[in-house]
Design a protein around this ligand. Sequence first.
Ligand code: ATP
Length: 514
Amino acid sequence: ESVPTLSKVCRFDHVAYSKSSDGYHLSINQERIEDPVLICEALETYFKSGCLLCDSQVESWRRIGKEYCRQDFNVPVNVRCNHISVDLVRRAGRKLLLPLSANVSNFEQLTRKGQLQEEELDIKHSSPSDNVPLAVPGIFLICCAFMCPCVHARRKERSEHNVLARQLNSMDSVSSIEVGSTSGKIPTTPLRVPPSPSRFSLSPQLSTIGSVNLSINQIIKATQSFSPSLRLGEGGFGTVYKAVLPDGLIVAIKRAKKEHIPALRDEFSNEVELLAKIEHQNLVRLLGYTDKGNERIIITEYVPNGTLREHLDGQHGKILDFKQRLEIAIDVAHALTYLHLYAEKTIIHRDVKSSNILLTESYRAKVSDFGFARTGPSDTEQTHISTKVKGTAGYLDPEYLRTYQLTPKSDVFSFGILLIEILSGRRPVELKRGIDERITVRWAFHKYNVGNPRDILDPLLEEVVDEEVLGKMLSLAFQCAAPTRDDRPDMKEVGEQLWEIRREFRKSFSKSIM
Ligand SMILES: Nc1ncnc2c1ncn2[C@@H]1O[C@H](COP(=O)(O)OP(=O)(O)OP(=O)(O)O)[C@@H](O)[C@H]1O
């Protein structure tokens, strides 16, 4: 039995210095740290982040710091002690350090199910006997922060492969996963799977849904016979064209590829039924639908300024500044809050990612692509629905991946990953980078935790971002990407936190130009 004498929550971690029968010891998230070198490293990190210096027991912490590190941790004059929303962090922190071994059997199960040719993505399987922990970013994060020495470097390498491996393995119908990319770069939408049998039945009136009703001939005319010159892009299931209707309205027309039509009926009906119920400025509006003969066509509002991913890649010339990135994050949070809370039924998007965020000319964001969306639990007693895993590798909620239980918190996880992508400019998985940088969330958490949050910022961003604002945004992203759904905030809370961050950003911005 140990009695904590000192206790402090620092970001994701509960740090305690306790007395037990065999003397004093330091523990992080209830995990006792024995190695004095590790203890010093941990304390140093918490001192450097300012966390322990903000504790009322700062003098005691300094004494312990001196004992283990043989150095004085002084209180810098400019330390600010309200740098993170402690309540949320406290909640997130408690459960983050799960017993690693508890997840091994789940990992093995999923590994055995795998049929994917992972060499296509330069991903290797580790054998189940490796006893590699479940590939959950948060666990890596904690490993990164404090437990690294307890996990051998090679294991670390295998583990991050496993993040992908598990995501890939758990997707059904692997043979049809699209890995294709024309440029040889990592594809923007690396892995998607076709929909499973119907979740939404197509009601007869849907062919007249929306305000735009066009015959196939009118669509052919408007798209100049699906002219390549009007092609906006191509997704897993079809090609999207820009079209001008006779009344001058510009629309986007998504046409299913012929070879996919038999399997696509559900994807299209899915998208149509959901879009039809939705009217929100941050969600792409459905205007019409055609389901005739060999054609499946969806007509949506045209969003003129490309995808968020294209902007992060610098494909549109001007680089998004920090304010624009923050506004985009808020728009996406609003869109998801609407889907989760205010639509007729709870809708879970399931494919929140940067290539599904379209931008307007004034850089407002609209969430698109409802191909994987589905309604959440209808019964108030029900916490989740059980369903096959769908989504895009890198953004997939590890708990959903492990349990097949889908809740709106899966979108929250993807949003956390997206937020890091928005800040860093990096894709969630960057296979061409060194082993320590491939899983962006893990790389970012490490940087954040060792007190170098600025290293995470997109190098294309030229402005200096207030460290407190950046810290809060990163802290929020990591909370969203917590491995366990109970530790993630809901989307409404995320939006509210982002508003608060925006207030602070405005304050810091006006100070900087004064
Ligand atoms: N409403 C729209 N307005 C303007 N451009 C659009 C619109 N919808 C899609 N696009 C363009 O078409 C491309 C393909 O979109 P689509 O939703 O089919 O696929 P995706 O989301 O990129 O990929 P996947 O469906 O495989 O995830 C997008 O990347 C975007 O450039």
